[in-house]
Design a protein around this ligand. Structure first.
Ligand SMILES: [Zn+2]
Length: 118
């Protein structure tokens, strides 16, 4: 249930931003979420509605931008995208050179991309 803690962080950040900019209300919060993060958008939205009650962020819309999972191949020096199902499997091969010598370079991000206030 780490969504609760994350959602609390999102709320705190949005409220801090609203305070800093003398805004009355938080309208939208944009999140960037790597495809490998096991976080359900529905849960974040649900918790957010609950914990933001009575704050300037009440009723804010949460937009989630999904980041793809990207690997970097050390043999041919190319980057390639994989999907989540492939990642849970064992054998990910580089689509360019068919080697298995890669590092994950994207897909685990979780960050607040933007906060819109009025
Ligand atoms: Zn390769």
């Amino acid at each position: 249930m780490h969504e609760i803690g994350m959602t609390q962080n999102i709320l705190n950040t949005a409220l801090k931003y609203a305070q800093k900019t003398n805004a009355r209300k938080v309208v939208t919060i944009v999140l960037r979420l790597g495809a490998l993060r096991d976080i359900k958008k529905e849960w974040i939205t649900h918790y957010f509605q609950y914990i933001s009650r009575g704050t300037p962020a009440e009723g804010a819309e949460i937009l989630v931008l999904a980041d793809p999972i990207v690997c970097h191949c050390h043999d041919c020096d190319k980057d390639f995208e994989i999907n989540r199902d492939q990642y849970s499997g064992e054998d990910i091969l580089c689509p360019y050179c068919s080697k298995q010598n890669y590092t994950l370079i994207a897909g685990t991000k979780f960050q607040i991309e933007g906060v819109e206030v009025i």
